[in-house]
Design a protein around this ligand. Structure first.
Ligand SMILES: Nc1nc2c(ncn2[C@@H]2O[C@H](COP(=O)(O)OP(=O)(O)OP(=O)(O)O)[C@@H](O)[C@H]2O)c(=O)[nH]1
Ligand SMILES: [Mg+2]
Ligand SMILES: [Zn+2]
Length: 387
């Protein structure tokens, strides 16, 4: 967690000293006025001199190491009387789509103070953010975002040394693979586990198309991941097997689905919630590869509660800026042994007296998991995404 930090926010000089006309509560705010995002004018109402034009804001420094960017302006001040909690489900330019607890959608602008806090961030509000907002009276589903609540697990990418949060408050990553067609690729699962762990998002392994195999064949794999403490779901979008468990897993959470093309992500989503209407666009590998710069994302709401994130950038769940020495931290089965290595900077590859390699030799670490580790450290693309 980053350090708590107090920031003093100064308002512009020319925004001073307008005498208070009326009590704030019966002030009628016209729509245009608020759409102008000029909520800071409410600050002047107090008229208690310079001090009233400053507000104390508690923020949090970005935790660069973790891959979780958590800039979180929390503004301590009285809320708008009609303020309520919402979830940002899409961001289009300056307009954020916000849903309240009932699933009612609002087109919201961001109040100016919040924007000003976001000096080095492209978007101060990101998809997945929980916000306080208030609807504009007399408008047709329009509103203003007042504050952003602290963020938890975030999917972010780094470009030019800056973190861009793609989706905030992601509870879990559903790592979808298929038992066959395309064939099961455990190394790919391991890769996606690392990506999730790096983002501090709980991975859940979901193996689809089990109608195509004898489920008993999957027992060793299920056993391995279960032993590591990961949840494993065996499902079939075609027969419906395991779907109630998948629904229970997704209910009331924000999830992101990852997995190679063709494993049945869209089929699963359509099977559990036909109302989602997630656009199924077959994307060729070529175009998909170049798409990671895209920062647009959106959340889809399940009719049974909860959201699933859809964004080109996280489809394949790539690993951003993972350094070789960092990889072992995300292999919970290897990590306990690293202190026994002779060299403190041991990468557990060719080094002598490596406790990790010893553990593999002694059967304490699964050999295939160790291979996954090696591939990742050596930055080798294993079993390419194509079949
Ligand atoms: N036998 C079987 N086939 C399935 C199952 N789920 C999906 N399929 C088939 O697998 C193919 C790919 O499914 P999609 O849902 O498009 O896969 P996807 O993961 O969304 O693929 P991308 O959108 O390209 O990433 C389709 O032909 C589905 O009919 C399943 O449980 N069993
Ligand atoms: Mg799909
Ligand atoms: Zn070692």
């Amino acid at each position: 967690m980053g350090k708590k930090k107090k920031i003093r926010v100064d308002f512009r000089k020319n925004r001073t000293s307008k005498p208070r006309q009326k009590d704030l509560t019966d002030r009628v705010v016209s729509r245009d006025e608020v759409l102008d995002e000029d909520l800071t004018r409410e600050e002047r109402i107090g008229g208690r001199g310079e001090l009233t034009r400053r507000r104390t804001v508690i923020g949090q420094e970005t935790d660069d190491k973790s891959g979780v960017a958590t800039p979180l302006p929390v503004i301590l001040e009285p809320r708008h009387p009609d303020s309520r909690l919402g979830r940002v489900i899409a961001v289009q330019g300056l307009i954020c789509q916000v849903e309240d607890a009932e699933g009612q959608a609002y087109r919201c602008v961001i109040r100016r103070l919040l924007k000003r806090l976001a000096t080095d961030q492209r978007n101060v509000v990101v998809v997945g953010d929980q916000v306080h907002f208030h609807p504009l009276p007399g408008s047709d589903g329009e509103g203003v975002i007042e504050t952003i609540l602290p963020r938890r697990g975030a999917l972010a990418r780094t470009s030019k040394g800056k973190h861009h949060v793609l989706v905030a408050n992601v509870d879990q990553a559903i790592i979808v693979s298929s038992a066959a067609m395309p064939r099961l690729k455990p190394h790919l699962i391991d890769r996606m586990i690392v990506a999730a762990e790096k983002s501090r998002i709980e991975p859940v392994i979901c193996i689809n198309k089990i109608d195509l195999v004898d489920p008993a064949d999957l027992e060793p794999l299920v056993g391995l991941y279960s032993q590591l403490g990961y949840r494993v779901l065996l499902v079939s979008a075609i027969t419906g097997f395991g779907l109630p468990a998948l629904i229970r897993t997704l209910k009331d959470k924000v999830s992101v689905l990852s997995g190679q093309s063709g494993v049945g992500k869209s089929s699963l989503l359509n099977a559990i919630d036909p109302s989602l209407r997630i656009p199924v666009a077959p994307v060729s590998e070529d175009t998909e590869k170049g798409r990671h710069t895209t920062t647009t994302a959106r959340l889809y709401r399940f009719h049974f509660g909860g959201y699933v994130a859809d964004t080109p950038g996280i489809r394949q769940f790539q690993l951003w800026d993972l350094t070789p020495d960092e990889v072992v931290n995300y292999f919970r089965d290897l990590r306990p042994y690293v202190n026994g290595c002779r060299f403190p900077n041991c990468l557990h590859l060719e080094e002598a007296d490596c406790a990790v390699k010893d553990a593999v030799a002694d059967g304490l670490i699964d050999e295939r998991r160790y291979e996954s580790y090696c591939h990742l450290v050596l930055d080798e693309e294993v079993e390419e995404e194509e079949e």
